[in-house]
Design a protein around this ligand. Structure first.
Ligand SMILES: [Fe+2]
Length: 232
């Protein structure tokens, strides 16, 4: 399995506080059978420019890499970001640089305030105008938004949909019924630390495996591999 959304890079956002924590988180990923991890620190346009963010991300990555030999086993990894939605993002300088590795896949966190149709217009522009492949982060957090707008997002085949492991762990029935729609493309732990928001992919996969009649997990692994191929 692949963890396509996590905050394991040290000291860059509200995720891992230091290298020790990052190493322990990565170790847990490996022990859970995770084959590849995409590091997706938060990007907020009102706090950093893309270039400043990328410099900070590079520093965090280098610090982690300098210590990876301390782990018995290291998963495949690549750096991306979790880009919080902002108005005008499809025209923002350097937005493409926030994609995952060398790929054109970009993880987008939609707003938590009430959704407007313009929000979807804006992310559609990312794919139509810039040709980026948009991944919508933790879709389950938006299921209480305006149903029509959410449907528009789900009906757009250009968008990839990511769910968090905790959806399966905490709202198992809802998550399994959403899984049956075949609309889940990627999974993430969205892990931030070692306790309240820890790496937890294995628990979700175990829940999914019992009810996965339509090859949902195979699909997720296939899409994750494609991203790694494109990104690295
Ligand atoms: Fe996140």
């Amino acid at each position: 399995m692949f963890d396509c959304h996590c905050h394991i890079l040290p000291g860059i956002d509200d995720g891992s506080k230091n290298v020790e924590m990052s190493l322990a988180m990565l170790d847990r990923e490996v022990r859970q059978g995770v084959e590849g991890v995409i590091f997706t620190p938060h990007f907020y346009a009102d706090m950093n420019s893309p270039s400043t963010f990328l410099r900070r991300r590079e520093r965090a990555l280098q610090e982690l890499e300098a210590n990876l030999s301390r782990l018995p086993q290291v998963p495949r990894y690549v750096a991306g970001s979790e880009v919080h939605y902002f108005r005008g993002m499809s025209r923002a300088d350097g937005i493409e640089s926030l994609c995952i590795g060398n790929s054109d896949y970009i993880l987008i966190e939609m707003p938590f305030r009430d959704w407007q149709p313009q929000f979807i217009d804006e992310v559609e522009e990312l794919s139509v105008v810039l040709g980026l492949r948009v991944i919508i982060a933790h879709i389950e957090r938006y299921f209480d938004q305006d149903k029509k707008i959410v449907k528009r997002l789900l009906d757009n085949p250009n968008f990839l949909i990511q769910c968090n492991a905790e959806y399966f762990i905490e709202r198992t029935r809802n998550a399994l019924s959403f899984m049956k729609t075949g609309r889940i493309d990627l999974l993430g732990s969205d892990s931030h630390n070692l306790d309240s928001r820890r790496p937890n992919l294995a628990d979700a996969v175990q829940i999914m495996q019992k009810k996965d009649k339509k090859g949902a997990l195979d699909h997720i692994v296939r899409v994750s591999r494609q991203i790694f191929e494109a990104a690295t």
